[in-house]
Design a protein around this ligand. Sequence first.
Ligand code: SF4
Ligand code: SF4
Ligand code: FES
Length: 261
Amino acid sequence: MSAVDPQTTLNSAGDAPNAGADRTDLLAIFIMGKRYDVPSTLTIQKAFEYAGYQLIRGCGCRGGICGACATVYRLPGSPKIHVGLACQTVVQPNMYLSMVPFFPANRAVYNLEELTPDAKTLLKYYPELAKCMGCNTCTKSCPMDIPVMEYISAALRGDVEKAAEISMPCVMCGICTSRCPAELGQYNIAIMCRRITGRHIKPAAIHVAEMMERLNTGRYEAPLEQLMTAGLETLRQLYVDRQMEPHTGDEMWEPDDKRFL
Ligand code: SF4
Ligand code: SF4
Ligand code: FES
């Protein structure tokens, strides 16, 4: 995140930052200790921009999917540290904000082919699993409403498939990790469970094998090369002209141009 010239830069709401002195829907927030008056309906992410900051880190999808925008804040009179996704959390009066773009967590290096789906494997790579004290803070802090402690318990029991299933909506924002008193990196444990499940428990996906075969024939090389060497205008036009899958399309939907299927 970096500050830009508030006099010359329009924010995502289309106003000059902090230009709404005569607006009545503003509330005060504090970013890194400095006060800004921002519209009360903005998310934290938009409030940062309204205040004149340019988000170059800690910002991705803006839709609660990528997990890049984990934010820590405090509220007046409350001893609690609050956490949330900046793109999903609406500002509150006198919120004290700071961005924490990265939560350090143990990330094991392993060869997926050699892993077995059991507790012994998980504890070998993530011995801190055994330190979970069942406080449930991780579950309470998860912006995706995942019962995080449940998948950690499943992992500890060696029920790798269950841990994978429960953790499926995880966006890897790291908020649970930031709050865990036992210093677990829940999301890294979860992704290991999902990888083991995919590789060693679930049956092989036939359609993926078929697609790999098609890829290996080289049929996509020429069109990819064309795209890589196309000029900006051509790419822009291709983007504008592209056929999009309808929101209400069923599973059997296919584009008119079937050359690349
Ligand atoms: S926050 Fe940490 S210690 Fe508490 S239940 Fe979750 S994983 Fe266990
Ligand atoms: S499980 Fe943890 S890392 Fe995953 S979405 Fe919830 S808080 Fe974020
Ligand atoms: S920017 Fe992707 S989850 Fe917030």
